[in-house]
Design a protein around this ligand. Structure first.
Ligand code: 5GP
Ligand code: MN
Length: 345
C-alpha cells in the first residue's frame, strides 16, 4: 500500500478540472531528461484512456536513448514547431507542467505558457516551486516526477487504466532520476510501485538496456578521453571533468553523448563531489553539472557559484566565460567548502 503523499484537496480539485477538460497540453523542461519525458508520456497515455486530446511540448530535443519510448515521436519540440505549439498552448483547457519548478526552466516557451488562459497544474519534485499554476503538487522528497504521476493516477482511482505503454514510461522516469535505483531510492514504496508497474507487463531489464546500453563507439571513446583528463582533488574528496567544443568535434559528439559522465568520478573511493563542465554547442556558455553523495549540498554550490540550483545531490548551472575561468571558480568553491567536504559522517 502507498502512503497518501499528495494532498486530498489537490486530487479532488484536479479531478474536477479533468471532468471539464478536453484539450490538454503537457509541458516539461529544457533539455528534457528521462524523468521529463517519462512523466509526460506516462501522464499522456493515461489521459488518452480518458478520451482526452493530449499533446506534449518540450523546449528542445531530447536524447536518442529515450526515443524508443511509446509516444515519443508525437512530442512537439518548441524550437522546431513554435507556431503549432503556441496554438496548442493558447487553445488548451488544461496545461500540466511536469518536472520543473521555475518558468525559466522552459525558456522560450515561458511567454506562451503564461499568456494561455488554460487552467494550470504543476507536478514536480524540485525545491521551492514558483507559483505559476493554480494547483501545485510539489514533493521534493519524492525521487522522480514520474513516481508522482503514478501516485496521482492511482489517487484519482485509475490504476487499472495505466497501460503497459504508460507503465514503461513511468518506470523509465523513475529509473533515470535515481541512476538505475542507485541514489535517492531508499524509499521502500518505490519498490512497491515497481512491482505494480511489472504487473502491467513491462520488461524492466529491456528498459534498462534500451536506456543505458546504447552507446555509440565514439561515445565510449569520448568517455575514455574525458576520464583520462579528469582532475581529482583527494584533499577535498572531489573530482572534476570537462569537455571543450574542440574535443566534442574530435569525438563526433552529438547531444546526449555526455549524459551520465558527471556521475562516474563518484565511483572513486573517497570522492563525494563531482563537477562536469561542458562547452555548449549552441550558446556561448559552459554548462555545469554537479553531483554529490551523502549530505554535501551541491545545489548550494550551483546556486552560489554557477547561477543555478537543483537537488541536494544533483544540481547544475551555467557559466558565461572561458573554460579556464569556470575551472578556477570550481577550485575556489572547493577551498571554500573544504570543511563541509571533509566533515566526518
Ligand atoms: P543535470 O546535471 O542533469 O543537467 O541537472 C541536474 C539537476 O540540476 C536538474 O534536475 C535540475 O534540477 C538542476 N539544474 C541543472 N541545470 C540547472 C540550471 O541551469 N539552473 C537551475 N536552477 N537548475 C539546474
Ligand atoms: Mn525529475
Amino acid at each position: 500500500m502507498l502512503t497518501k503523499v499528495i494532498e486530498q484537496n489537490k486530487i479532488d480539485h484536479f479531478a474536477k478540472w479533468l471532468n471539464h477538460a478536453e484539450k490538454i497540453v503537457i509541458v516539461s523542461h529544457i533539455s528534457p531528461d528521462g524523468d521529463a519525458i517519462g512523466s509526460s508520456l506516462g501522464l499522456k497515455h493515461f489521459l488518452e484512456t480518458q478520451d482526452k486530446s493530449v499533446s506534449i511540448i518540450v523546449p528542445n530535443a531530447f536524447p536518442d536513448f529515450l526515443k524508443w519510448m511509446p509516444g515519443s515521436k508525437e512530442i512537439f519540440l518548441y524550437d522546431r514547431h513554435r507556431d503549432i505549439a503556441n496554438k496548442l498552448l493558447a487553445g488548451a483547457d488544461l496545461i500540466c507542467c511536469l518536472d520543473f519548478n521555475a518558468l525559466n526552466r522552459i525558456e522560450a516557451m515561458k511567454g506562451a505558457l503564461q499568456a494561455s488562459p488554460a487552467r494550470k497544474i504543476l507536478v514536480d519534485h524540485h525545491l521551492h516551486p514558483e507559483a505559476f499554476c493554480q494547483i501545485i503538487i510539489s514533493h521534493p522528497e519524492i525521487s522522480s516526477t514520474s513516481e508522482l504521476v503514478f501516485r496521482l493516477i492511482c489517487r484519482l482511482g485509475h490504476f487499472d487504466e495505466i497501460t503497459k505503454e504508460g507503465a514503461e514510461c513511468i518506470y523509465t522516469g523513475m529509473m533515470t532520476d535515481t541512476g538505475g535505483f542507485t541514489y535517492n531510492s531508499n524509499n521502500r514504496e518505490i519498490y512497491f510501485i515497481i512491482s505494480e508497474l511489472l504487473s502491467k507487463g513491462i520488461d524492466k531489464d529491456a528498459i534498462y538496456r534500451n536506456v543505458y546500453n546504447t552507446y555509440s563507439e565514439s561515445r565510449l571513446r569520448l568517455m575514455g578521453h574525458v576520464l583520462t583528463q579528469m582532475k581529482v582533488y583527494p584533499e577535498h574528496h572531489a573530482a572534476m571533468i570537462s569537455l571543450t567544443k574542440k574535443e566534442q568535434g574530435q569525438f563526433n559528439y552529438i547531444r546526449g553523448d555526455s549524459e551520465g559522465f558527471v556521475n562516474i568520478p563518484l565511483s572513486i573511493k573517497g570522492v563525494i563531489f563531482t563537477c562536469f563542465l561542458r562547452e555548449d554547442t549552441e550558446r556561448p556558455m559552459i554548462k555545469i553539472s554537479l553531483r554529490s553523495v551523502g549530505t554535501f549540498p551541491c545545489n548550494k554550490v550551483a546556486a552560489e557559484v554557477f547561477n543555478g540550483g537543483g537537488h541536494l545531490n544533483a544540481s547544475g548551472g551555467e557559466f558565461y566565460g572561458t573554460m579556464e575561468e569556470a575551472k578556477q571558480l570550481f577550485e575556489k568553491a572547493l577551498e571554500k567548502y573544504k570543511p563541509l567536504l571533509t566533515a566526518k559522517g
